[in-house]
Design a protein around this ligand. Structure first.
Ligand code: MRU
Length: 346
């Protein structure tokens, strides 16, 4: 299951807006097409949009072509980077990947333009390779937290589709399953974009991992009935104190988890941790179009003129998080100190 394929200068994306009914690949041959694909959520999920934007820079570098004045070339590349970063503001992996690509260009500016283009292509491929590797590491660490026979609740899609492969939260579930644990997953439908119903259910089905789909408002009920042993979700941005932005509805799950004494785990690579932000209050929360709420599959479900609020993410305060499962190990409270130590070690 590959949501992102790089093939001879063309970025192929599995169109996630069409799943699970259709497995359609779209081809991006301009950085603008890459930016549109991220904005329109053809590709989504924090690590996936980071890697996609990195390939957007590669395509952009080709589009700029050869300019004698290297300073001007770099300025052009930075403009492309800026445009790519504007597409979705919450997931920090996007800005992280763009910055890493721009730094690579800056560090190698003495090379000829064709060489620079190759260097950037290799860097994007490296970002993609590292992402899959981190997900396997998250899976290995997270598996230690999953008891045999666990009923696991997850929200949104933090699987192979949301990354370059394997997944973060679903990476933990995949690892437990492939190690022979008889796990069962409750999949939150995840209104309004239905990443749970459309994408997580599709992935788990393909993998043969037993699951049950619920609507978001059923989560409290199943917790109160003792039907959930642990919750594991992904993250879009984690502040230096552990506060975590993730798909809207994650915060509600964390509050319910506390009430019912259920462990609440966040699974994310270091590229999702933004050490420049002291708390979750500083994380920009994307608001999306009202039509996502007003329509389901093109069908209006609320009266004309209905006012809508559609924040795509919320922030779970660190005190509601049992542990953060990273690619470098499991981090527990006090997050401020323990995340700092993790980064200092790197
Ligand atoms: O709006 P989306 O679908 O991009 O939101 C995705 C999520 O919130 C995921 O949980 C998060 O990006 C982690 S993906 C490994």
């Amino acid at each position: 299951m590959k949501p992102i394929i790089w093939e001879k200068g063309c970025l192929k994306l599995l169109d996630q807006t069409k799943l699970p009914l259709e497995e359609k690949i779209i081809e991006c041959r301009s950085y603008q097409a890459v930016a549109d694909a991220i904005r329109d959520m053809i590709v989504r999920g924090a690590p996936a949009i980071g890697a996609t934007a990195a390939f957007g820079i590669v395509i952009g570098a080709k589009e700029i072509g050869v300019i004698e004045d290297k300073k001007r070339w770099l300025e052009e590349l930075k403009k492309i980077g800026f445009e790519l970063k504007q597409t979705r503001p919450t997931a920090v992996n996007l800005a992280w990947a763009v910055e890493r690509m721009l730094k690579k260009a800056e560090d190698n500016i003495q090379s000829g333009i064709p060489q620079l283009q190759d260097i950037l292509e290799n860097e994007a491929l490296e970002i993609a390779r590292e992402d899959v590797e981190s997900n396997y590491a998250i899976g290995r660490f997270g598996d230690e937290l999953v008891p045999e026979g666990a009923n696991i609740l997850t929200h949104c899609n933090a699987g192979a589709l949301a990354t370059v492969g394997y997944g973060t939260a679903l990476g933990v579930i995949r690892a437990a399953h492939s190690n022979g644990k008889k796990v069962h997953v409750f999949v939150d439908e995840t209104r309004p974009f239905l990443q749970g119903a459309r994408l997580t259910a599709w992935e788990l089905d393909k993998e043969g991992i037993p699951f049950t789909l619920i609507t978001d408002n059923m989560a409290g009920y199943i917790m109160s009935k003792g039907m959930v042993d642990l919750i594991v979700v992904g993250a879009d941005r984690i502040a230096a104190n552990g506060d975590t932005a993730n798909k809207i509805g994650t915060y509600s799950l964390a509050v319910l988890a506390k009430e019912h004494n259920i462990p609440m785990y966040i699974a994310a690579p270091l590229s999702t941790i933004d050490m420049s932000l002291t708390s979750g209050k500083e994380i920009p929360i994307e608001e999306r179009e009202t039509d996502e709420v007003l329509f389901i599959k093109g069908k209006r479900i609320a009266p004309e003129g209905t006012r809508v609020f559609n924040p795509a993410f919320d922030v779970t305060p660190n005190e509601l998080i049992t542990a953060i499962i990273t690619d470098k190990g499991i981090v527990k409270s006090p997050y401020k100190e323990n995340l700092r130590v993790l980064f200092e070690r790197e």
